[in-house]
Design a protein around this ligand. Structure first.
Ligand code: SF4
Ligand code: SF4
Length: 222
């Protein structure tokens, strides 16, 4: 008799009832896990900053095959894969990062026709024919007055100068140096202001901040 045979021989008799119980438990576990995933979906993932044409979150999540073609098509390299913090189901779907540049709907590179939308093979990114950059709301700029250098009377106005939509106004509050305020009706979340904000690199003034003083926030679903 071989060693293997010996092991086989040493195996305890199979208890059909126990297997059946184990099988049921495993099946129940799978169901709970699947229900958990379903619940995650319906609990809703956090709102995301999506490329143009990705604002219908349900459509994007249903159609996106995570092929990342839009990432490569973006001449500004501002489309990045969503990480786990964006929700389990969103991982590797396209989100925007305005660290180095912003979205101008490929105006310079493609005459204002978003290359990411054309590159998407599944129409997960989809724009109606009448869509325009001004009217397609990607997100909304928010200024943190605690870390904005202008609110420390430095006269900083990089965001104001960068905004292509005149969506930032400078106001002088009680004789202070001008400070920026967002005009929400005009902001489409293009990210130009965030991409030029120097608050994080301006040394000790904002040393406790972990993000720039102006950031684009996703629009929360109703
Ligand atoms: S090209 Fe379309 S399908 Fe591919 S990752 Fe981008 S949105 Fe998703
Ligand atoms: S995101 Fe910034 S740059 Fe873009 S429209 Fe809004 S305020 Fe202007």
């Amino acid at each position: 008799m071989s060693m293997e045979d010996g092991k086989k021989g040493a195996r305890p008799a199979v208890d059909a009832a126990a297997v059946s119980r184990r099988t049921l438990m495993a099946a129940a576990g799978c169901s709970v896990a699947l229900m958990g995933l379903g619940a995650l979906k319906y609990a809703g993932t956090p709102a995301q900053l999506r490329p143009p044409g990705g604002q219908d979150e349900e459509r994007l999540m249903a159609a996106c095959i995570r092929c990342q073609k839009c990432f490569g098509a973006c001449p500004r390299r501002i489309i990045v894969p969503a990480k786990l913090e964006s929700g389990v189901l969103s991982v590797r779907t396209p989100v925007l990062s305005f660290d180095d540049s912003y979205c101008d709907w490929c105006a310079e590179e493609n005459g204002g026709v978003p290359l990411c939308v054309s590159a998407c093979p599944t129409e997960a990114l989809h724009l109606p024919p009448e869509a325009t950059a001004e009217k397609t709301i990607i997100g909304m700029a928010k200024i943190d007055q605690k870390t904005c250098l202008a609110f420390r009377d430095t006269g900083c106005r990089y965001c104001y100068d960068a905004c292509p939509y005149d969506a930032i106004e400078l106001r002088t509050d009680d004789g202070t140096n001008p400070r920026p305020y967002i005009i929400e009706d005009r902001c489409n979340g293009c990210g130009a202001c965030e991409s030029v904000c120097v608050s994080l690199t301006a040394g000790a003034l904002a040393s406790s901040a972990s993000e720039r003083a102006v950031v684009i926030r996703p629009i929360e679903k109703a």
